[in-house]
Design a protein around this ligand. Structure first.
Ligand code: HEC
Ligand code: HEC
Ligand code: HEC
Ligand code: HEC
Length: 357
């Protein structure tokens, strides 16, 4: 009898240990589901676990507006007539202006009453805090993304998602997914290993080059590496470039929470004729992130205090995860800009090309 209990206990322990080991090894408890996302028979499939999707849905809830847009008193005087130092939002009625101030405080600081994160509350017009100056650029940047990149990425159809401060910030002053130049050497005593065998988050812990961001999301290194003939004939892409490309692709898949087959027909990764439209969104996404980094985020470098800069003194930059948070569309495509039309395009008070001043 005692022995029996001993054996069942041992079996239970072994079973628990086995499950623990499998879990650590990346094993996912069933059910695993697959959906086709392309023409049947071509293996354009997405594999997912409904449990993870439920967790993601919970983590991607959008805060409710403080009061509905319909209740905003549009007859209040314009902010530009009441306040001294409004450059971006001066055309908004005061009620709408205040509603946006409360919303962006909740989005960026996580507490709608924390006006002092950007303001000297004894004098709201004082613009000396760096957070205030960064925010003014962020307001312009958000309007720019929602207008210049609307059709090709963030707002392709009426009622699509769009971008607010919350898309990146999620209630935190420093968005969780930002990147800096990697300071680890890509060469060692044994020669140039082009950043390989140094597992890194960007490359999904693979042994691919550890920093795909600098060449592709800040600089514009070519991403077409495929050879279309059996023998060497004119393709000048190196093996290293190919490895870097795969490293970027690991980042893109992870940041969208999808398999490679979300954008590619894996029988011919290079082919554009046999892919779903998502690949085009991704192509534009890459260009948008380059634009975002070079024209908006990198120029903010002089405004930040040292503790916000990277080890090389470079400014914090964006990648696909900064907005996507491992979901194919931020907030699963929920329309976040509807209640905030003032974030959709630059107001009339602003020169179209005004950026960091
Ligand atoms: C994340 C930074 C940030 C937070 C937090 C913030 N503001 Fe602002 N605020 C700004 C920026 C940027 C401007 C300038 C907008 C422009 O140029 O159109 C501004 C302008 C103002 C002005 C106009 C001041 C003047 O006289 O020119 C008022 C009033 C104001 N905010 C109130 C608030 C209130 C109230 C809160 C808290 C509910 C708040 N703000 C929270 C960034 C912030
Ligand atoms: C595309 C993504 C993105 C969007 C959209 C965005 N931000 Fe940012 N924001 C960033 C990044 C990246 C940083 C740099 C993080 C840091 O300061 O270390 C940043 C920094 C800031 C900071 C400085 C925080 C600190 O403590 O250093 C403020 C304030 C801020 N943003 C306000 C805003 C406001 C207000 C909006 C909306 C009008 C907005 N952001 C929209 C990406 C974004
Ligand atoms: C979100 C969409 C997306 C996902 C997911 C994705 N890719 Fe890509 N991939 C692209 C785009 C877009 C390009 C072309 C980029 C360009 O031309 O600037 C590309 C290019 C490539 C190329 C170069 C093709 C050529 O013409 O030389 C290869 C190889 C590749 N991807 C492999 C992969 C692999 C492997 C995965 C999974 C780990 C993957 N991709 C995941 C969108 C995606
Ligand atoms: C500034 C925020 C932002 C950044 C950064 C960003 N995206 Fe997006 N992306 C969006 C939004 C918003 C949508 C949803 C548009 C809609 O509602 O249809 C989207 C949609 C997409 C889609 C279409 C998905 C589908 O199922 O139709 C793809 C693919 C995509 N993004 C790829 C990328 C890639 C790859 C990167 C990085 C190179 C990237 N995105 C960076 C905001 C962003």
């Amino acid at each position: 009898m005692k022995l029996g209990i001993g054996i069942s206990a041992a079996i239970a322990v072994v079973a628990i240990l086995t499950i623990a080991m499998l879990t650590m090894a990346g094993w996912d408890r069933p059910p695993i589901e697959a959906v086709q996302s392309g023409f049947r028979g071509v293996g354009l499939e997405q594999v997912f676990n409904p449990r993870d999707v439920r967790d993601q849905l919970d983590a991607n809830e959008v805060p409710e507006p403080f009061w509905p847009l319909e209740d905003v008193d549009m007859t209040t005087p314009k902010a530009g007539e009441i306040y001294e130092n409004v450059e971006v939002l001066g055309h908004l009625p005061d009620d709408q202006f205040n509603r946006l101030m409360s919303a962006l405080t909740e989005w960026v600081v996580g507490d709608a009453a924390a006006c002092d994160y950007c303001h000297d509350t004894a004098n709201f017009a004082d613009g000396s805090m760096y957070t205030y100056q960064v925010s003014r650029n962020m307001l312009k940047m958000t309007q720019y993304l929602n207008s210049e990149w609307a059709e090709n990425h963030v707002y392709p159809t009426e009622g699509a998602s769009g971008v607010t401060c919350y898309t990146c910030h999620r209630g935190q002053p420093v968005p969780p997914a930002i990147w800096f130049e990697d300071t680890r050497p890509a060469t060692g005593i044994v020669g140039n290993f082009t950043g390989q065998n140094t597992p890194s988050e960007p490359a999904a812990l693979s042994s691919l080059p550890f920093d795909p961001y600098t060449p592709f999301l800040e600089k514009d290194q070519d991403i077409r590496v495929h050879t279309l003939t059996a023998l060497p004939s004119g393709n000048e892409s190196t093996i290293q470039q190919t490895e870097y490309t795969y490293s970027l692709m690991m980042h893109m898949s992870t940041s969208l929470g999808v398999n490679c087959t979300y954008c590619h027909n894996s029988r011919a990764f290079y082919k554009w004729e046999q892919v779903p439209p998502q690949r085009a969104s991704a192509w534009y996404g890459i260009r948008m992130v380059r634009d975002l980094n070079n024209d908006w985020l990198v120029p903010l470098q002089p405004l930040y205090p040292d503790n916000r800069l990277g080890p090389n003194g470079d400014a914090p930059k964006a990648n696909c995860t900064t907005c996507h948070y491992n979901v194919y569309k931020p907030f699963f495509g929920e329309n976040v800009t509807g209640p905030y039309p003032s974030l959709m395009q630059p107001g009339p008070t602003r020169e179209a090309n005004l950026r960091v001043e």
